[in-house]
Design a protein around this ligand. Structure first.
Ligand code: NAD
Ligand code: UGA
Length: 447
């Protein structure tokens, strides 16, 4: 099937590579010339496990190509998948649809033959219908259906999630469009008998996406609040989450407490859903509480680290492990780590940071440019610990749990750990001379 994907970011690129692996002919389009130049030169523009191999394989197989020429890509396509960003509006926090509108408008002018235009970008309810109307006005002769095709992949697991989705949701009541979507995913469904395409109307497709993300964010916020309570009562939130999650009705996913949820999706999607609800006169009080509580939490987390600075420390140095918003990605957009880092830097001019992240250092360094003279990016965790007073773990990179705490202690000036991802072993940390604080457990009595 001839497929055009508009937007080669964290969604568009793995989706393009995945569809090429399924045997489709895919052209990935981006308006960013630099990105397309890099992709055409065989350079991967973002980090995702397994992506580089797939891109390489299908550039050679001829199933995958990259271009800035949207008209040419769209005019050959049976299906055009739009995967451009929908960032939060800086003032209202509603989803900013300018990139979607621009991509859809240009697409409308170059469609040839019946085409499905599938909106994979996360968009507020009613957007697909409004986009279809706008496209018809621009090109009344064009034959097409606009379908809501929300994406549920996680960054860091994008390739895995493409091939093993829990579900595929397609919002359309057009039988012709349903047949195209079924054809697109046929090779994937043939290999995963448990996966289903759920056909719903467009409004439901759009709402499923926001409701799912908001529910997951709410679940994380809930366990974070329970973690706060555990810190006051002597319970250990890890045991509490374990005990809760064994109930199948609750489930053990998304019950890991931390410094707050982040990333390019949960913060923006909760804000956008809350905006849509307010516009419709509906009170989504749980979503409002989740996003406001999460924002306050990150500020408190910075305070938690700063509370470890000793009164006589003149030029405190904090070793920071992790800047990405989660493990497995180089993405620092709306990263709790970045918010905490900024809060810390603003709290005291004399404070310096030594930062290590295995994949996201370049992105972090670009975002932290205003503070460049107070930050050293380090080659590994031990380099970061050298002469530091406090070690703060901000991202849940698996390798941080293997840190040799005795070696780290030997390198540090003072010995404090703020483990905001519960990655380290309290006992080993204390045996190595550290004062150790983490999330949702003050007792240290886990045996
Ligand atoms: P991104 O910012 O990584 O990529 C978007 C790409 O679109 C950019 O490369 C940009 O240059 C390109 N673009 C913008 N306007 C264009 C135009 N008119 N023509 C051609 N290219 C254009 O964004 P992303 O993280 O991939 O997210 C895309 C959408 O998918 C968002 O709505 C997001 O909410 C949603 N989503 C993201 C994820 C995720 O894990 N990142 C998961 C599910 C859904
Ligand atoms: C999330 C959803 O999981 C995807 O299904 C969805 O497609 C995507 O948003 C999207 O719409 O973009 P993602 O943002 O990649 O995926 O990352 P998650 O794994 O969901 O983590 C989000 C944040 O929550 C991270 O900061 C992570 O550290 C935090 N988190 C996650 C926790 O603090 N605790 C948990 O138990 C899980």
């Amino acid at each position: 099937m001839q497929t055009a994907i508009i937007g080669t970011g964290y969604v568009g690129l793995p989706t393009g590579a995945g569809l090429a692996e399924l045997g489709h002919k895919v052209i990935c389009v981006d308006s960013n010339e630099e990105k397309i130049r890099a992709l055409n030169a065989g350079k991967v523009t973002l980090f995702e496990e397994g992506l580089e191999e797939l891109l390489h394989k299908h550039r050679l197989s001829g199933n995958l190509a990259f271009t800035t020429d949207l008209p040419a890509a769209v005019s050959q396509a049976d299906i055009v998948i739009i995967a451009v960003g929908t960032p939060p509006h800086p003032v209202t926090h509603e989803a900013d649809l300018q990139y979607l509108k621009a991509a859809a408008a240009e697409t409308a002018l170059h469609l040839s033959g019946y085409t499905v235009v599938a909106v994979k970008s996360t968009v507020p309810v009613g957007t697909c219908a409004a986009t279809e109307k706008m496209m018809h006005e621009l090109n009344p002769q064009a034959e097409f259906d606009v379908v809501s095709l929300p994406e549920f992949l996680r960054e860091g697991f994008a390739v895995h999630d493409f091939f093993h989705p829990d579900r595929i949701v397609a919002g359309t009541s057009s039988e012709r469009a349903q047949a195209v979507i079924s054809e697109l995913y046929k090779p994937l469904l043939a290999g995963s008998p448990d996966t289903k395409i759920l056909f719903v109307n467009r409004q439901s497709g759009e709402t499923i996406k926001y409701a799912s993300n908001s529910f997951l964010a709410l679940k994380i916020h809930f366990i974070n609040e329970i973690a706060d309570l555990c810190e006051k009562t002597g319970a250990d939130v890890r045991d509490v989450a374990l005990g809760m999650g064994l109930d199948h009705r609750i489930g053990n996913f998304f019950l890991t407490p931390g410094p707050g949820f982040g990333g390019s999706c949960f913060p923006k999607d909760t804000m956008a859903l809350a905006y849509t609800a307010r516009k419709n006169g509906i009170d989504l009080s749980l979503v409002e509480a989740t996003m406001n509580g999460n924002r306050r939490r990150m500020e408190r987390m910075a305070g938690k680290i700063l509370s470890l600075i000793e009164d006589d420390a003149e030029k405190p140095v904090i070793a920071v492990l992790g800047t990405a918003f989660k493990n497995g990605t180089d993405d620092c957009r709306f990263s709790p780590a970045m918010t905490i880092i900024e809060n810390i830097l603003q709290s005291r001019k004399s404070l310096r940071l030594r930062i290590f992240d295995p994949k996201a250092a370049d992105n972090a360094s670009a975002l932290l440019r205003p503070y460049a003279d107070r930050i050293t990016f380090c080659k590994d965790p031990y380099d970061a610990c050298t002469s530091a007073d406090i070690l703060a773990v901000l991202t849940e990179w698996k390798e941080f749990s293997a840190l040799d705490l005795e070696a780290a202690a030997g390198l540090m000036r003072r010995k404090y750990i703020a483990d905001l991802r519960n990655m380290l072993d309290r006992k080993k940390a204390e045996q190595s001379g550290f004062t150790y604080i983490c999330i949702g457990d003050t007792s240290g009595n886990r045996d």
